[in-house]
Ligand binder design. Structure first.
Ligand SMILES: Cc1ncc(C[n+]2csc(CCOP(=O)(O)OP(=O)(O)O)c2C)c(N)n1
Length: 370
C-alpha cells in the first residue's frame, strides 16, 4: 500500500504542468504596431493583397446575410470576424493545393479562387451550385462535422504515393476536435507523415457550446504532440501571422516534413447561421464596438497600413465601391440561373441511381410522400 505522502509526491510528478501552454504567434498588435523582424518577411503588395481580400469577403458575407433576410437565399453561415484566419491561410497556398472547407469557410474558398457567383448559387440552394472550376482543387463545403479531415488525409496520401508536391489543407472549428474523425485523421497523417495542414479556427463556440465545455485541454494546438506533429497556435485575427504560419507549414509539408496542426484563435462576430439566435447562449451586448475593435483583423491591418503610409482613405473607398459592383454583378448572374427543382437532389447522390432512391424520386415527382 502506498503511503499518503508518497502518493502526493507521485501525483505531483504526474500532474499536468501549468506553464506548458503554447505561445500565441502574432505579428500585428490590435493598435497596428507590428513586429518588424516578422514584417520583413512580407512585401507591401502581399500585405495589401491580404487586406483587400479580407475586405472583399466581408462585403460578400454581409451581402449574403442581407439577401437571406430578403428571402433570396436559403440559410447562410456567416464568417465575419474570421476573415484574417481564412484569407491569410488560403493566400499561403498554391493554386494546385487541395482545400477542404466547411460551411463556414466561404472566405477561404473565395480566396483560393471560387467565383462569387458560384458561392451565391450554393447558398441559394441551386443543387448543382458548387460547380468547382476544373483547374481548382476545392471540395464541396462539408456540413457533417470533421468527416472531411479524413478526405484531406486521403488526398494527401494519394499525392505522396504519386510523388506530387501538392498539399491538402482542411478547415474546421473547435467543435470538430471532439469528433473521432479528428483523432483518426491526425493519427493517420502522423503515422504516414502526410503533406496535410489541419487548420482549426477556434472561434470559441460550437453553435452554443463554449470551448471550455468542449475540451478540457487549454489549447487545441497542444494536441499535435500526441500525434508527433508540430502544433502552432496563432492569433487568428492577425492575417499576417496566419499567412506566415501557414506558409511555413505548407512549405514543410511540400518538402516532405509531414503534417501540422494549426489553431487559429479567433471569434465569430455574428450568429452560427441565419437560423441561430446567439443571444440565447452568449452576451452579444458585451461584444460592443470596443470589443470588436480590439479583435477585428480588418481594423488591425488597416491601422498598420495607414501607419506605414501604404494605404489611404481614397483607396479604401475605391475598394469598397469596386467590391460592391462585383458583388451585384455576381448575384445577378447567379439569380439568372433557374432555381433547382426538388427532384434534382437525387441527381448527385450516386453515379447510378439505386432502387430505393429511384422509388423516392418517383414518389416525389408523383406528388406523394418522398
Ligand atoms: C457529425 C455532425 N454532428 C453534429 C452536427 C450539427 N452541427 C452543425 S454545426 C455544429 C457545430 C460545429 O462547431 P465547430 O466545429 O466549432 O465549427 P463552427 O460552426 O464554429 O465553425 C454542429 C454540432 C453536424 N453537422 N455533424
Amino acid at each position: 500500500m502506498i503511503a499518503e505522502n508518497e502518493l502526493s509526491q507521485l501525483t505531483g510528478f504526474f500532474r499536468h504542468r501549468e506553464n506548458d501552454v503554447l505561445p500565441l504567434f502574432r505579428v500585428v498588435q490590435p493598435d497596428g504596431k507590428a513586429e518588424e523582424s516578422m514584417l520583413a518577411h512580407l512585401t507591401v503588395e502581399q500585405i495589401q493583397k491580404i487586406y483587400r481580400q479580407m475586405v472583399r469577403v466581408r462585403q460578400f458575407d454581409r451581402k449574403s446575410i442581407a439577401l437571406q433576410r430578403q428571402g433570396k437565399m436559403g440559410t447562410y453561415a456567416p464568417f465575419e470576424g474570421q476573415e484574417a484566419a481564412q484569407v491569410g491561410s488560403a493566400l499561403a497556398l498554391r493554386r494546385s493545393d487541395w482545400v477542404f472547407p466547411t460551411y463556414r469557410d466561404g472566405a477561404a474558398s473565395m480566396t483560393h479562387g471560387m467565383p462569387l457567383k458560384t458561392m451565391f448559387r450554393y447558398w441559394m440552394g441551386q443543387l448543382d451550385g458548387f460547380d468547382v472550376p476544373d483547374d481548382l482543387n476545392i471540395l464541396h463545403p462539408c456540413v457533417p462535422i470533421a468527416t472531411h479531415l479524413l478526405h484531406a488525409v486521403g488526398v494527401a496520401w494519394a499525392a505522396k504515393l504519386r510523388g506530387e508536391d501538392t498539399v491538402s489543407i482542411c478547415y474546421f472549428g473547435d467543435g470538430a476536435t471532439s469528433e473521432g474523425d479528428f483523432h483518426e485523421a491526425l493519427n493517420f497523417a502522423g503515422v504516414f507523415h502526410l503533406p496535410v495542414v489541419f487548420f482549426c479556427q477556434n472561434n470559441g463556440f460550437a453553435i452554443s457550446v463554449p470551448f471550455q465545455r468542449q475540451s478540457a485541454s487549454r489549447t487545441i494546438a497542444e494536441r499535435a504532440s500526441a500525434y508527433a506533429m508540430d502544433g502552432i497556435r496563432v492569433d487568428g485575427n492577425d492575417g499576417l501571422a496566419v499567412y506566415l504560419a501557414v506558409q511555413s507549414a505548407v512549405q514543410k509539408a511540400r518538402d516532405g516534413g509531414g503534417p501540422t496542426l494549426i489553431e487559429a484563435v479567433t471569434q465569430r462576430f455574428g450568429a452560427h447561421t441565419t437560423a441561430d439566435d446567439p443571444t440565447r447562449y452568449r452576451d452579444q451586448a458585451s461584444m460592443d464596438e470596443a470589443w470588436r475593435d480590439e479583435r477585428d483583423g480588418i481594423v488591425r491591418l488597416r491601422r498598420l497600413m495607414l501607419q506605414k503610409g501604404v494605404w489611404s482613405d481614397s483607396e479604401e473607398q475605391r475598394l469598397l465601391e469596386s467590391t460592391s459592383e462585383e458583388l451585384l454583378a455576381a448575384f445577378d448572374e447567379a439569380a439568372a440561373v433557374p432555381m433547382s427543382q426538388p427532384a434534382e437532389m437525387f441527381h448527385h447522390v450516386y453515379g447510378q441511381e439505386l432502387w430505393h432512391l429511384k422509388e423516392q424520386r418517383q414518389g416525389l415527382q408523383a406528388g406523394g410522400e418522398a
